[in-house]
Design a protein around this ligand. Structure first.
Ligand SMILES: [Fe+2]
Ligand SMILES: [Fe+2]
Length: 151
């Protein structure tokens, strides 16, 4: 495996590792913070997704280590998910759903980028990212479905 390319793959894996962890912070907040009957299903769904996203982060960390990288600590963390902050108005379920879809889109873009980078170089990382990509596409589909009630 070519070291320059592996270093790039590690860098991109770390980016998506942070996206996964930041999503857990925001899913946790939103799953508690929203109010109202209409929010209940979204809250339940996000609460369940916290474990899924932590699982994704754990698998990414293991792979980063496996290919010679280091797993960073919180001092290296820079928040990016502006859209996934708890909505200003706690009953604004649609804003929360839009935020989730946007966050899933970023993760999907990043997984697609890594999948292309890995081609011909690192099939194990590619396979991992394809599996995680499938999970994110399922999440996005679910939340796009929730959004139909608000349009
Ligand atoms: Fe994820
Ligand atoms: Fe997700």
């Amino acid at each position: 495996m070519e070291q320059v390319k592996i270093d790039t793959i590690i860098e991109e894996l770390i980016k998506v590792y942070w996206l996964e962890l930041e999503a857990t912070i925001n899913f946790l907040a939103i799953s508690v913070d929203l109010d109202g009957i209409r929010a209940e299903e979204i809250k339940k769904s996000l609460a369940a997704d916290i474990q899924t996203e932590i699982g994704h982060a754990q698998q990414l960390a293991a792979r980063i280590k496996e290919i010679g990288g280091r797993v960073p600590g919180s001092y290296d963390f820079k928040p990016r998910q502006a859209s996934l902050q708890p909505p200003e108005i706690t009953t604004d379920v649609a804003a929360a759903i839009h935020g989730v879809i946007e966050a899933e889109n970023s993760a999907i873009d990043q997984y697609n980028k890594i999948i292309r980078l890995c081609d011909g170089i690192d099939y194990v990382t590619q396979d991992l990212c394809i599996r995680l990509l499938a999970d994110e596409e399922t999440h996005r589909r679910e939340f796009k479905g929730f959004l139909k009630e608000y349009e």
